[in-house]
Design a protein around this ligand. Structure first.
Ligand SMILES: Cc1cc2nc3c(=O)[nH]c(=O)nc-3n(C[C@H](O)[C@H](O)[C@H](O)COP(=O)(O)OP(=O)(O)OC[C@H]3O[C@@H](n4cnc5c(N)ncnc54)[C@H](O)[C@@H]3O)c2cc1C
Length: 188
């Protein structure tokens, strides 16, 4: 069981994005890339737990943060939970990412797929490994809501499908331009 510290909407209501912070011993062992499996109700339905990626790990204070988008009944019920309530979850689950010992991390995400990469970027930063986040989203409104989410990853390039913010196109287009060799050089 965790204890909910915060469960609040992030950004404009139409983005349907929420941040959930809870206290748990699991924060002492969680690794970037792992997830928690949350039981959103004590009632019989919805029966299945909902998986959410661990976006931030505060081992010192024993807190985990997840971000979620309202999708259906499960996330809707989760959004109704209040600080001070208990959180029934399993975790941390899954295999975490390996943080490299040297070099630079190139993190690539589309939309809410960024969440599991946030804790990786944070942990890499703690170990002196810089990260660059390439992040694609639907439009400017998405990033207006989500900007604070990735604030601890300093260098990033953004792309929107409609060109309303950052580069126009997909995040894979950003990747192509980042990987392109400097003018005058051919790739090996
Ligand atoms: C490992 C993992 C990590 C995830 N991390 C995040 C995250 O950090 N933030 C975020 O917003 N979303 C994340 N998701 C997606 C999130 O779990 C779903 O959006 C959520 O379960 C939807 O539940 P719902 O009841 O609101 O919607 P529903 O209408 O019930 O479901 C919407 C979709 O979610 C799928 N789903 C529901 N329950 C499960 C389950 N127990 N296992 C697998 N799929 C399920 C359904 O098949 C359906 O396709 C993650 C999913 C996985 C598998």
């Amino acid at each position: 069981m965790g204890l909910i510290v915060e469960n609040s909407r992030v950004g404009a209501p139409e983005q349907k994005l929420y941040r959930l912070v809870f206290e748990s011993e699991a924060a002492r062992t969680a690794q970037p890339g792992q997830f928690v499996h949350i039981r959103v109700t004590a009632a019989a339905a919805p029966l299945l737990r909902r998986p959410l990626s661990i976006a931030a790990i505060d081992a010192a204070r024993g807190r985990l943060t997840v971000y979620y988008r309202l999708k259906g009944q499960g996330t809707e019920l989760l959004s109704q939970k209040r600080p001070g309530e208990k959180l029934d979850f399993l975790g941390p689950l899954g295999r975490g990412f390996t943080v490299p010992a040297a070099g630079e991390l190139l993190l690539i995400a589309g939309g809410v797929g960024v969440f599991p990469l946030l804790s990786l970027g944070e942990e890499a930063g703690r170990r002196g490994i810089p990260s660059v986040l390439l992040w694609g989203g639907e439009n400017r409104a998405f990033f207006a809501a989500a900007a604070a989410v990735a604030e601890h990853i300093p260098v990033r390039r953004l792309a929107t499908a409609d060109g309303s913010f950052g580069d126009r196109g997909r995040v894979t287009d950003l990747l192509t331009s980042v990987l392109a060799p400097p003018a005058g050089r051919t790739p090996c």
